[in-house]
Design a binder for this molecule. Structure first.
Ligand SMILES: Nc1ncnc2c1ncn2[C@@H]1O[C@H](COP(=O)(O)OP(=O)(O)OP(=O)(O)O)[C@@H](O)[C@H]1O
Length: 341
């Protein structure tokens, strides 16, 4: 996907020409869901996408979807405002409600998970193969900062991808290189109103606290653009390592003989980073709920090396899986169901 020209002043509205570049990959899609919360970024996405679509004879059917998480009283009103704007712009709109039980802690994570599931369901029922969100360069910077504070590895520090997949539907982030200020400028120029979510500034949330630190970091040179550049470089390195992992997988299959799992002695000759990635892949092929954390995979590998040094058998369970060395082979398989009395 093409990038927005960075020489344009930070608060310049997005031109029709730039939007054509940003949405170029959408032209041949049959239908597309736009995830619109009612905040400035996604309202700008809606407005820009509608202007772009009007300029084409043929293009995707656009469906704007707003998820009401049932967490704020103002959300229903905001969803109605998005519907009103979408209808004025000639775009179909649906509001979906999160009806599941709300957890006591980790509400933002649970809301996000529910939101993506609802968006994917809306996409499938509209025969859309993709969902577009309005994540900006500022969101990318906050995500990386958040992952830094958690000690993420290279894959996490590579930030959000412009294209990925959720629940079997493509997830597109066309505005990932666009500063939020330019989206706000776009709406101001077009005289389009938008909602302000007060939870964005609520210090009870980690993301809000980190967001408040951004101006200080920017004054030291670590602005959103710097974070985006870091993300680009790390995602390049990550892609290279993934390619090497493909090679290592082929090598283990060719040299390590057939059968279940990998030859444990050959596996031990690989670099730790590649071992981590191979194990992550093997686990991801089975783990249905949450992918194991990097630290858990690292601990598993340490345990395996220790068992090997001490000549012990090795078997551990992780996320409903067992990882063990059996007859010289490293095997990952689903843990047997727990016996109930
Ligand atoms: N209630 C919503 N309804 C529809 N789309 C939404 C909603 N909330 C967020 N989105 C979409 O997701 C994008 C990111 O929003 P936000 O930064 O608030 O998400 P988040 O909770 O931080 O999680 P993540 O960034 O992982 O999606 C928005 O630009 C918008 O496209």
């Amino acid at each position: 996907m093409s990038r927005v020209d960075r020489n344009v002043s930070a608060a310049e509205p997005i031109s029709a020409q730039e939007a054509r570049q940003l949405f170029a990959g959408w032209k041949n899609l049959p239908a597309l869901v736009l995830a619109v919360s009612g905040g400035p970024d996604s309202v700008a996405l809606l407005w820009l996408a509608a202007r772009w679509r009007r300029s084409l004879k043929k293009g995707p059917d656009l469906l704007a979807v707003t998820v009401d998480h049932g967490l704020r009283a103002a959300a229903a009103h905001e969803a109605r405002e998005v519907k009103r704007l979408a209808s004025a712009l000639g775009i179909a709109h649906r509001t979906l409600t999160w009806r599941g039980t709300k957890p006591k802690t980790g509400v933002p994570e649970a809301a996000r998970e529910a939101r993506y599931e609802l968006l994917a369901r809306a996409a499938r029922s509209a025969s859309a193969v993709a969902i577009a969100t309005a994540h900006t360069q500022d969101d990318q910077a906050e995500t990386i900062l958040m992952r830094l504070t958690r000690g993420s590895g290279l894959t996490g520090l590579a930030g959000m991808a412009a294209q990925s997949e959720r629940h079997g539907v493509a997830l597109l982030r066309p505005l990932l290189d666009v500063p939020k200020a330019r989206l706000v400028a776009t709406l101001n120029r077009a005289k389009i109103a938008y909602a302000n979510d007060p939870t964005n500034h609520d210090p009870a949330y980690t993301r809000s606290r980190l967001r408040a630190m951004m101006p200080v970091l920017a004054s030291e040179g670590a602005d959103a653009h710097t974070f985006a550049r870091l993300a680009m470089r790390l995602s390049r390195a990550d892609a290279a390592l993934e390619r090497m992992t493909d090679g290592a997988e082929r090598y283990l299959r060719l040299r390590g003989g057939g059968g279940e799992g990998f030859d444990a002695a050959l596996f031990a000759t690989l670099t730790e980073e590649i071992q981590v990635r191979l194990l992550r892949r093997a686990l991801a092929a089975h783990v249905s709920v949450h992918a194991p954390e990097l630290g858990q995979i690292e601990a598993l590998l340490r345990g395996m090396a220790e068992a090997e040094r001490e000549g012990r058998r090795f078997k551990r369970s992780l996320g409903g899986m067992t990882v063990g060395v059996e007859k010289g082979r490293l095997v990952v398989r689903a843990a047997p169901p727990r016996r109930t009395r």
